[in-house]
Write a protein that binds this ligand. Structure first.
Ligand SMILES: Cc1ncc(COP(=O)(O)O)c(C=O)c1O
Length: 396
């Protein structure tokens, strides 16, 4: 600034960084700037033209968001990554990234998060996409569907919400690729700690970063990790739909990601111990946790996750259904009743009124979700306290 500049000019320009500091900050800086000054119009022209990487406008790219998405890209072993304002926006972008268009066919696993089903049917279906569901976890009927129906893409969760089912991912990718279908894997519940779908050949991986990646329940976001061929469509999507992740939320999610490994390892251990305690108690009609030998996906989870854990969600069937579940939820003291997973706190969710509220009775039946199903997203508290709280809430 020169002395001759007027107060009004100083208000907005004084103290503005003119160059990046020489010393590298240990933690990624938050850059909330909407736009970026380039050194010349030529430089701006080549960044906007996509000839060189760089920043011009934060709807296109932002350094804080880029630092976060690069971290997730590396963890998921992908070639490109794009962050979004939520997991749902990331799922929507993933469907666009694989090139789906009206008249194409999308095969869904029957065991998806309810809103993912609704997004596929209500939004994409209304635009002319042919959407169908199939049990991709049990039996072989899906192989015939692939052969006869020839979908362009398949959408599956590596660890399903809420019953923790695990599809045969290796076979699924093999069969899908044989008929030319791209495989989109929602890896939110497994996290790269247990499974890295792209290493096995997945085309696109999606995360609700709101969950385990962030881990502290204070930021909503999503990430798509994909191959280089998907880069243009992903970038187009964020630029044109504008479902950006804010730099502040990117910073929180990136900060959370740094402890994902230790948090998730402990949450998986807690979940396993809790599942065993609840199972032994005999208080529930059924306990679903892939670490338990009687879970239908136990062997598959053991081999796919290589002994690194079985996830951090335990789902139970509460005898008595809705009324007893509501009573249990309102009597909890330490455990919370809230509609998310992945936080440091243990939280219960009743799928019938939340994650799977809009599913038809037939769809719920096919998934195995009933009025008795209660999901427990296990946190970092002492497992003895979590178990005692849930059992007292049920008994009283
Ligand atoms: C497996 C899974 N995928 C995607 C989402 C959507 O993520 P978000 O709430 O960040 O939009 C959720 C949300 O619960 C989820 O459980």
């Amino acid at each position: 600034m020169t002395k001759s500049e007027r107060l009004e000019t100083l208000f907005v320009h004084a103290g503005q960084p003119r160059q990046w500091p020489q010393q590298v900050p240990t933690a990624p800086p938050i850059v909330p700037s909407t736009s970026f000054r380039t050194s010349s119009p030529e430089e701006m022209d080549s960044i906007l033209g996509g000839e060189v990487p760089g920043f011009t406008y934060s709807r296109h790219a932002n350094p804080t968001v880029e630092a976060f998405q690069e971290a997730v890209r590396l963890l998921e072993a992908g070639e490109v990554a794009q962050a979004f304002g939520s997991g749902m926006a990331a799922l929507d972008a993933a469907l666009y990234a694989v090139g789906l268009k009206p008249g194409d066919r999308l095969l869904l696993s029957i065991d998806l998060y309810g809103a993912t089903m609704n997004l596929s049917h209500d939004v994409w279906g209304a635009m002319g996409l042919d959407v169908r569901e199939e049990n991709l976890t049990d039996g072989d009927a899906w192989v015939e569907t692939l052969e006869k129906w020839r979908p362009q893409a398949i959408l599956v969760e590596s660890l399903s919400n809420p019953l923790m089912k695990v599809p045969d991912m290796e076979r699924l990718m093999e069969e899908a690729h044989r008929v030319g279908a791209q495989v989109i894997v929602d890896n939110t519940f497994a996290t790269p700690c247990l499974f890295r779908p792209m290493v096995l050949g997945a085309d696109v991986v999606v995360h609700s970063a709101t969950k385990y990646i962030g881990g502290h329940g204070d930021a909503v976001g999503g990430v798509v990790v994909a191959r280089r061929e998907h880069a243009n469509r992903l970038h187009q999507y964020v630029k044109l739909r504008g479902s950006v992740l804010s730099p502040f939320d990117a910073w929180l999610l990136h900060r959370g990601l740094k402890t994902l490994g230790v948090r998730f390892e402990r949450q998986c251990r807690n979940a396993w111990e809790l599942a065993e305690r609840l199972d032994r108690s005999g208080a529930f009609r059924r306990v679903y946790y892939p670490g338990l030998k009687h879970h239908p996906s136990h062997e598959r989870a053991t081999s796919l996750f290589g002994g690194r854990g079985y996830g951090a969600v335990v789902t139970v069937e509460v005898p008595g259904g809705r009324e007893r579940v509501f009573r249990l939820l309102s009597r909890l003291k330490i455990v919370g009743s809230a509609t998310t997973v992945g936080d440091v706190y243990t939280l219960c969710l009743y799928p019938r009124i939340a994650s799977h509220r809009n599913q038809t009775p037939d769809a719920l039946k096919a998934m195995g979700i009933s009025d008795e199903t209660l999901r427990i997203a296990v946190g970092l508290e002492a497992v003895e306290d979590i178990a005692a709280d849930i059992l007292q809430a049920l008994e009283s």
